[in-house]
Design a protein around this ligand. Structure first.
Ligand code: TMP
Ligand code: MG
Length: 262
């Protein structure tokens, strides 16, 4: 990958808990869905419901004793129920920026070097997220790193003409269908063609499928951020990713790898 240089490279990264921090000063930070769990947008009942869904389904998402196939129906239920709840609450588009500003979400330390370096060397960065696209875009914008080399595949909100959420666009993306989604987007992302070397970043085993749409891939270097339940999941992560980072809240290792290639 180093020999072929930046002209042959593309970076494919998950968003929640991969580009964003999992925790800061001992406190868990929110995912894009959880940023929306704000009283400015939804009522008290829905706030409670969304927390209950998180407490029910997140343990299943990270359970090392279940296979991806076993987890899949639970993930579909989780995402579907949360999206229905958000639609019922008639979320307003013009409130999103404020809700993101008020949230404690943070990009990982060293994020600016990462985003700027890729933009400077015209290396495409595909952010492939089962989170909420409108929210993740706002997080990136508010951190001043929304560069032209960015491509995003995510769950985008569909607002009516008055700016009220009425649906989610396109195929639902959850943490265990990234392979199907990658294949269905493969031809559309022209700027990624002719770049056979991939640096892939994720925090879930489901993220390993994000590069399945890359035709004629030559080298895929995978980096896994293991944030939670480290001891229970270490073995499966080491068996699946090339590099596993344990409770590392920084972009230091991806940045070192990039420095060798660009
Ligand atoms: P990612 O693909 O960008 O990591 O986004 C998916 C993450 O979002 C996944 O790890 C589960 C998490 N999630 C929540 O935190 N709350 C929710 O309500 C839902 C549906 C997902
Ligand atoms: Mg993630």
């Amino acid at each position: 990958m180093q020999k072929a240089g930046p002209g042959s490279l593309q970076v494919i990264s998950d968003f929640d808990m991969t580009l964003t921090r999992f925790a800061h000063k001992g406190k868990r930070l929110p995912t894009t869905h959880n940023i929306l769990n704000n009283r400015l947008l939804i009522n008290e009942d829905s706030t409670k419901k969304m927390k209950e869904l998180l407490n029910t389904y997140y343990p299943i998402e990270i359970d090392p004793s279940l296979s991806p196939e076993e987890k899949l129906p639970y993930m579909v239920t989780w995402w579907t129920e949360v999206h229905e709840l958000l639609i019922q609450q008639r979320i307003r588009k013009d409130m999103l920026a404020q809700v993101v500003r008020e949230s404690s979400a943070m990009l990982r330390e060293g994020y600016r070097v990462f985003f700027d370096c890729l933009a400077e060397h015209r290396v495409p960065l595909l952010i492939f997220s089962a989170g909420v696209g409108d929210v993740l875009e706002e997080v990136i914008r508010q951190n001043d790193v929304f560069h032209p080399n960015l491509h995003i595949i995510s769950n985008y909100m569909d607002f009516d003409h008055t700016g009220v959420l009425q649906a989610f666009k396109g195929q639902l993306i959850h943490s265990y269908n990234k392979r199907d989604v990658a294949l269905s987007h493969a031809t559309a992302l022209r700027e990624l063609h002719g770049r056979p070397n991939v640096l892939l970043l994720g925090d879930s085993l489901g993220d390993l499928n994000m590069a399945d749409g890359v035709s004629e891939a030559q080298n895929i270097l995978t980096v896994g951020f293991l944030n939670d339940q480290v001891e229970e999941r270490k073995e499966s992560y080491i068996n699946s990713f090339d590099i596993v980072l344990l409770k590392d809240e920084t972009m230091d290792i991806p940045n070192v790898i990039l420095r060798h290639i660009v």
